[in-house]
Design a protein. Structure first.
Lengths: 100, 297, 399
């Protein structure tokens, strides 16, 4: 058991060790061929469970966008709130029921 | 330095799915950067972000109690000054509507009056959500909560008006007061940046949807907050140095949407739809507020 | 070392200056108001280098002190009575966060009825808050114990806040000659303040005041309990070191004419002077009476009390406070100390001096008379001294 004097937590950001993805009943899935890499989903992910990654390796809606970063969902944390699905301007994020 | 791509608020925290508070927090911190100390009033945010032995905070963070975040921040500022380390360090307080408009208003007012260099960010989810949706002074007129119940003898829900906390803070004549909505992100970011560039007490009132208490689908968080501003219920403005005569409206809706559009998707207002005159009353309140800005004399 | 004529509140303000306190958040309340006034004056005169925070309440005073201490500076405040009651929530947080804050208290009665005079109910109310408690008999002690409080609080085996109580008006507002130590000696005693605990620092982000579940909470409480146990020795060491530098000795409990005494008064705070005078007088009359003064109330000096009273037949505890439904707080502690002691003395609680009623030699003589009677026979465990029982009987009826 870890006890510190004065209840101080000296590992900043350590909730990242936890897994809130198990809360999900619906799973957002980005269809990159429709994604315009606007990052609105990244802006609004409350976890944040959407990471900005280099985009060269991902399918792209328009070749002009290939150099832009893409949003990638980290399912360890995604609780499946669906904000990204709702806010996506090109409806590029599907929301599918988790099969457990 | 631009820290927008850095996350100072880690995932794995225990906010409900669709909670707006972490969206507000992550953006404020991205704009503040690493040279920041955060003070948190008791509330959902404090509880869901620090489940010992873990913490979502990648910046120094302190929680003391419910009503004293502003006093704690005052002490931190004084200590930094005494050590000659204040220059360049942001002190940011996050408080909910309970910790800000109700139990914490005394220490907030004291901090503002004494002029401490602190940015106070209210995340207003319009009820005591941490204890399970009890009404606060910030709960809007007509909203159901577990202590403004709706029944045959009380058809309205909350019968009192929302306390205008941002106006109250502006009346302190502090350098900067603004309302902000994460659904209007560029405006939100500009206000946080502006606040951080000003010395002295700053207050930003952000709207923060609570899917549990407002009773809407978690995916609608941003959409509903956007409607709050598009209907004119949550106007976006700023006031500098208490100059109410120059309240700057930072988002002027071309045509305000009817309030029903905001009320309808939220379970907390469902009962109002059998009291149509109450919806008219809400519309009138909103219209009255906007009259001076849409049709200035 | 200069002798100065100082009020109790000024003594603690000078202690703050000599301890090089960096942040003083305070809210005025009678009888502590002179403390923030004096600090404000010392800063204005350039005699003290600190940030003074004229906060809007006692609750905020201690909250700001927590913010300052958590940022890594020495911090002190002062309050009394209602102000301390208002701080109550934050007292527990300061000790739970293990922040070495020092607070001077002008011991004063609690309302209702409202009363601003000497009474120790206020600090007894916060007995369980995890703060170290010192009590001064004189203004010299008020100054010395405040400096000692920093030494103890900041010890890495302790890291607990400390309060230093002095009776309202009797000490807070009464001028006494006080030997004000030299800055270099206080510096030598306290040392360069080394921050020996984690602080709010952007270069080393840490989380303070996290939410703790049942699986960890009890260990944190146990941790505080152990720290307070450590404080026992740390306090002794600090007293010894203080004596070496300043030539003034302190101990958690101190006796006067205890060796052959059948009856011992136990006192705390300014009431001790009158008790000592009474002991002298009664000794001249051939009575075997003595006195034990409590200087440290938390951690409670249980072993020292058992040891120093080992020859006594009756212990007469003098309580300037009352817990309705039982007894005074010091009686509770003294009586509990003897729970597992075989040959224990009779222990009687005498309640007196509440709300600033003068404590006179005659009161102690009455206590002595009753204790002597109790030595041979039955006695009431809790007895009120110098109270108009008849008038109360008329309203409340008889027991």
């Amino acid at each position: 058991m870890k006890i510190t004097k004065g209840v101080v937590i000296s590992e900043p950001g350590s909730t990242a060790l936890e897994e809130t993805g198990s809360w999900r009943t619906f799973r957002p899935e980005i269809r990159y061929e429709k994604c315009i890499r606007c990052m609105i989903c990244w802006n609004y992910c409350p976890e944040p469970a959407i990471e900005k990654k280099p985009g060269e390796e991902y399918p792209v809606a328009n070749q002009k966008l290939i150099k832009m970063p893409v949003p990638v969902i980290n399912y360890q944390y995604c609780k499946g709130c669906g904000i990204c699905v709702n806010e996506c301007p090109t409806k590029a994020i599907d929301f599918v029921r988790e099969e457990k | 330095m631009n820290y927008e791509d850095m996350e100072f608020f880690a995932p794995g925290h225990r906010a409900c799915a669709g909670c707006a508070a972490p969206i507000i927090v992550k953006w404020v911190l991205k704009l503040a950067g690493p040279n920041t100390i955060v003070v948190n009033a008791t509330g959902c945010l404090e509880v869901f972000s620090t489940p010992y032995p873990h913490s979502a905070w990648r910046l120094p963070w302190i929680h003391v109690a419910f009503e004293n975040a502003s006093a704690t921040a005052s002490g931190i500022e004084a200590a930094l000054k005494a050590m000659g380390k204040k220059e360049g360090t942001n002190i940011i307080v996050f408080g909910g509507d309970g910790g800000t408009s109700d139990i914490g208003i005394q220490s907030l007012s004291g901090m503002a009056e004494r002029g401490h260099d602190v940015l106070y960010v209210l995340y207003d989810n319009e009820a005591y959500m941490n204890t399970g949706i009890q009404r606060s002074s910030s709960t809007p007129f007509g909203a159901w909560t577990t202590t403004s119940q709706v029944g045959p003898s009380k058809p309205l829900g909350k019968e009192e008006f929302k306390k205008p906390i941002a106006d109250i803070m502006a009346a302190h004549k502090i350098p900067y007061v603004a309302t902000a909505n994460p659904a209007f992100l560029p405006d939100f970011k500009a206000k946080v940046q502006k606040a951080l560039s000003i010395k002295g007490p700053k207050f930003i009132h952000t709207i923060s949807s609570c899917t549990t208490g407002w009773r809407h689908d978690p995916s609608k968080t941003i959409e509903i907050m956007r409607l709050a501003t598009e209907t004119g219920i949550f106007p976006l403005w700023e006031i500098e140095n208490g100059d109410f005569g120059h309240r700057k409206i930072t988002y002027m809706p071309k045509q305000r949407k009817p309030v029903e559009e905001y009320l309808k998707p939220q379970g907390r207002f469902r009962h109002l739809f059998s009291e149509p005159e109450k919806i008219k009353e809400i519309q009138k309140m909103v219209d009255d507020w906007w009259a001076q800005y849409e049709h200035p004399q | 070392m200069p002798m100065m004529m100082l009020k109790g509140n000024e003594s603690t303000a000078y202690a703050a200056k000599l301890a090089r306190v960096k942040v003083v958040p305070a809210y005025p309340i009678t009888p502590s108001t002179v403390f923030p006034e004096k600090v404000s004056e010392l800063i204005a005169n350039g005699e003290m280098d600190a940030e003074f925070l004229p906060v809007e309440s006692e609750h905020s005073a201690l909250s700001a002190a927590i913010g300052a201490a958590a940022t890594g500076v020495r911090t002190m405040t002062a309050t009394a009575s209602q102000g301390l009651a208002f701080m109550n929530e934050i007292l527990y947080i300061a000790s739970g966060m293990r922040l070495p804050i020092v607070m001077a208290i002008g011991n004063r009665a609690l309302a209702a009825p409202v009363n601003i005079w000497a009474d120790q109910q206020d600090t007894m109310m916060v007995r369980d808050s995890g703060w170290i408690h010192f009590y001064a008999e004189t203004n010299q002690e008020a100054l010395d114990l405040t400096i000692i409080a920093f030494k103890v609080s900041e010890n890495e085996n302790v890291l607990l806040p400390a309060l230093m109580g002095m009776d309202a008006f009797v000490l807070t507002h009464t001028m006494e000659p006080v030997n004000v130590p030299e800055q270099k000696d206080v510096d030598a005693f306290l040392g360069e303040k080394e921050i020996n605990y984690p602080v709010l620092d952007p270069s080393k982000p840490a989380t303070f005041g996290a939410f703790v579940f049942p699986e960890h909470y009890m260990e944190f409480r146990y941790s505080q309990y152990i720290a307070m146990e450590h404080a026992k020795k740390v306090i002794d060491d600090a007293f010894e070191q203080f004596n070496k530098i300043f030539g003034r000795g302190y101990s958690k409990v101190s006796g006067f004419q205890v060796e052959d005494a059948d009856i011992l008064f136990i006192t705390m705070g300014s009431m001790t002077g009158t008790a000592r005078e009474t002991v002298r007088k009664l000794r001249e009359e051939g009575e075997k009476v003595g006195l034990v003064k409590i200087t440290v109330f938390r951690p409670f000096p249980k072993d020292e009390i058992i040891e120093i009273t080992k020859n006594a037949k009756v212990i007469a505890v003098v309580d300037r406070n009352i817990s309705p439904g039982f007894a005074g707080a010091i009686f509770t502690e003294v009586a509990a100390s003897f729970t597992n002691v075989k040959n224990r003395p009779k222990i009687i609680d005498f309640i007196l001096g509440l709300g600033g009623r003068d404590i006179r030699v005659e009161n102690y003589e009455e206590i002595y008379k009753r204790s002597k009677k109790a030595m041979r026979g039955k006695f009431e465990e809790v007895q009120w001294i110098d109270v108009d029982e008849e008038s109360v009987k008329e309203v409340e009826g008889s027991l």
